[in-house]
Write a protein that binds this ligand. Structure first.
Ligand SMILES: CCCCC/C=C\C/C=C\C/C=C\C/C=C\CCCC(=O)SCCNC(=O)CCNC(=O)[C@H](O)C(C)(C)COP(=O)(O)OP(=O)(O)OC[C@H]1O[C@@H](n2cnc3c(N)ncnc32)[C@H](O)[C@@H]1OP(=O)(O)O
Length: 201
């Protein structure tokens, strides 16, 4: 079952996700102290069980996206309710495209001191989805080509940009990039396929 939440998410949900995000980073960076780690694991398990006792059936928790349609607050890239999401912030979306900020952490490290390429691709994939929806062509990514030009650093705010390029029948073309301090570290071009029938939600 899908729960519709008009307007904003409850502060409890976003705060919980933020604290779990902090926790994940602390876990990744924790010193190797087996008794301490096992003690922490037991305490975390208790909290997990208390949340599980009140679990919902579906991860979808729909909120109004800023300009177009509805988006899951648990989206793994943007969703402020999902601790896995970096998440995106300062999102600006209109017919000309989408811009947002994202700050990765050590949790997202792939090559030493750089963000894992899969996470970079996930953000670019999400951004093109947002951009084409905002341009009035809600569609799903069929093909995403990513070029990694420089290492993408974590621990600093990055700028994400995407825009609708053109449409050819059901195919929607879009481009995106991610940059750090004005230097583009990765670019993407995508082909998305227009939804037929109602947009899933
Ligand atoms: C993801 C849900 C989004 C929900 C959106 C809801 C609300 C909107 C509002 C706001 C949303 C804002 C942001 C969006 C949020 C998140 C973004 C998430 C991004 C993703 O996470 S996204 C998931 C990964 N994505 C998939 O999970 C797709 C799996 N896939 C399929 O579900 C099918 O594959 C499908 C549907 C894509 C097509 O299937 P189909 O049967 O409908 O269409 P068909 O195959 O006939 O292709 C039609 C024309 O596209 C050409 N074509 C097809 N594939 C191509 C390719 N690879 N390269 C080049 N061209 C290709 C054909 O050649 C033909 O071209 P032509 O018309 O010229 O003959």
């Amino acid at each position: 079952m899908t729960t519709e939440v008009p307007g904003k998410l409850s502060p409890g949900r976003t705060t919980l996700a933020a604290r779990v995000r902090d926790l994940i980073e602390a876990v990744v960076l924790a010193e190797d102290d087996p008794p301490g780690l096992l003690d922490a694991a037991a305490r975390i398990e208790e909290v997990t069980e208390s949340l599980r006792a009140r679990r919902r059936e579906s991860p979808r928790l729909l909120v109004q996206a800023d300009t177009v349609g509805r988006l899951s607050a648990n989206n793994p890239v943007e969703g402020p309710g999902n601790p896995l999401a970096p998440p995106l912030s300062r999102i600006r979306v209109d017919v000309d495209g989408m811009r947002a900020e994202v700050t990765f952490t050590a949790v997202h490290e792939g090559p030493p001191e750089r963000v894992h390429g899969g996470w970079v691709a996930a953000v670019l994939d999400h951004a093109v989805g947002r951009a084409v929806a905002a341009a009035g062509h809600p569609a799903m990514t069929a093909s995403l080509t990513v070029d990694y030009h420089e290492g993408t650093p974590y621990g600093v705010p990055l700028e994400v940009e995407a825009r609708f390029a053109r449409r050819d029948g059901r195919k929607v073309y879009a481009i995106a990039n991610i940059s750090s301090g004005g230097t583009i570290t990765a670019t993407a071009s995508a082909i998305l396929v227009l939804f037929t029938g109602p947009v899933p939600g």
